[in-house]
Write a protein of this length. Structure first.
Length: 349
């Protein structure tokens, strides 16, 4: 949760395309570390002392990485890279122990362990460089780490482990809730110290309505249906990896980008928003909906075309709303999401 907050802080301090790229890079790293813990913990017994020690050690290391995150591309790059790499090595340790207990396939583990070690080597090496060189090396490190289970060992990944579906789906749902909570915190932080006039109250209320609608899109019925589909899936490991580990990254990224836009919104509620902040508001929600469409398509074979339609409408809204007050833009976003929720709820009812 702290690391997610730090990603939001990093992006809000540099609302440029370069700043967006750096924020998404560190978010991808943090997401992958958390996702790997979900998978590794899925192979362990709940009362395992080793699991508890590993989780506590990982918590301490990722907290330090989170402290270094706002300056990860500056003076704290090596601290960020080394603590993060240590977390990824903990994952390999948990999987090694699980393979000895017969709860995970050593063949699959040894396959993606190579990409983990190579990626973390590039991450640490990149921390001793600067500027574009560091960004290139860190992007390559993340790509290699993600590529391990995605492509290089995909066939072997099928036999990696048994997927405890209830635990697995719950953990990813909790991360979505954490990110939605961060958007609420961002709204509160943006409003701190400001005079509570009608425009500010409207902006806060509308921002919260958008957050509620994002929650509704995910949790009204799709999350439980996805869990049931995964429970009976013919290829559960690959379905879980694609649907949750990979496709949830742009989904949570959309929430975080929206949170940055909401923070600017409440600070400048009565005025037209800068293009970057307006793009965060509209584009972040559009990214979330597009990722949710892909998630539903992969896990359940559903083509939720209304979600893509609303995502496209949000991009049109961004293009046409340059002169609108911030609260008015957010009101239109909320209306579009409310229409989507109602349209998807009607067939279920």
């Amino acid at each position: 949760m702290f690391a997610v907050t730090q990603v939001t802080t990093l992006l809000s301090h540099d609302l440029t395309w370069a700043g967006f790229g750096r924020a998404m890079l560190v978010l991808a790293l943090m997401w992958w570390a958390w996702s790997a813990f979900v998978w590794a913990a899925n192979t362990q017994q709940g009362e395992s002392s080793l699991l508890r020690v590993m989780l506590l050690a990982g918590m301490l290391l990722i907290f330090v990485a989170g402290l270094a995150l706002p300056h990860a591309f500056e003076e704290h790059s090596t601290l960020f890279a080394t603590t993060y790499a240590a977390v990824r090595l903990l994952h390999l340790g948990l999987y090694t122990q699980a393979s000895r207990q017969g709860n995970a396939s050593w063949e699959a583990i040894s396959g993606f362990a190579v990409t983990v070690l190579l990626g973390m080597g590039l991450l640490v090496a990149g921390s001793f460089t600067s500027g574009a060189t560091r960004i290139v090396l860190w992007t390559l490190a993340a790509a290699i780490d993600y590529a391990g289970p995605a492509w290089l060992t995909r066939e072997r990944l099928r036999g990696l482990q048994y997927v405890a579906v209830a635990h697995f789906a719950e953990r990813y749902g909790l991360f979505v809730i954490i990110c939605l909570g961060e958007s609420i915190v961002a709204i509160g932080v943006g409003a701190s110290g400001l005079h509570l006039d009608a425009a500010l109250v409207a902006a806060v209320a509308l921002g919260l309505l958008v957050t509620i609608a994002l929650w509704w899109v995910y949790f009204d019925r799709v999350s439980s249906e996805a869990e049931e589909r995964l429970r009976g899936h013919d290829d559960p490991v690959l379905a879980a990896a694609d649907s949750y580990s990979y496709l949830h990254l742009p989904l949570v990224a959309g929430i975080i980008v929206f949170a940055v836009g909401a923070k600017v919104l409440v600070h400048d509620s009565g005025h037209s928003l800068p293009d970057a902040a307006r793009l965060c508001l509209c584009g972040g929600v559009a990214m979330y909906l597009a990722a949710h469409f892909a998630f539903r398509l992969r896990i359940a074979g559903e083509r939720a075309w209304p979600q893509l339609l609303v995502a496209g409408a949000l991009l049109v809204l961004f293009a046409l709303s340059g002169a609108f007050a911030g609260w008015a833009v957010t009101a239109l976003v909320a209306v579009l999401l409310a229409g989507l929720c109602a349209a998807e709820r009607a067939p279920a009812r």
